[in-house]
Design a protein around this ligand. Structure first.
Ligand SMILES: [Zn+2]
Length: 96
């Protein structure tokens, strides 16, 4: 997960990489999987540099902004799905 400050650094590279992947697909007729492996992913490198975790799914990377989620559940510790979540989707605890 990334803080908003870290997200501001990574997000432009996510958009840039997605555009490069799509351009590569159109130009070469490659499949999405082929295009992803052919294009060097700057967003993945920067995410790794910040977190030490090697993400490989560009779509998943778009969901690593911490502020998109709610607080940690006081019962199980998982992040609530949104800041406005009324219950924990992991353990079912209802928000007070
Ligand atoms: Zn929970």
């Amino acid at each position: 997960m990334l803080t908003d400050e870290e997200w501001e650094r990574v997000y432009p590279f996510i958009r840039f990489d997605i555009d490069r992947i799509n351009t590569h697909k159109i130009a070469t007729g490659a499949s999405l999987k082929e295009a992803i492996s052919a294009v060097r992913d700057r967003a993945f490198d920067l995410y790794y540099e910040i977190t030490g975790f090697r993400e490989t799914n560009i779509n998943a990377l778009e969901h690593h902004q911490l502020s998109q989620y709610g607080n940690e559940c006081p019962t199980c510790g998982h992040l609530l799905r949104t800041p406005k979540a009324s219950f924990c989707a992991n353990c079912g605890r209802i928000k007070d």
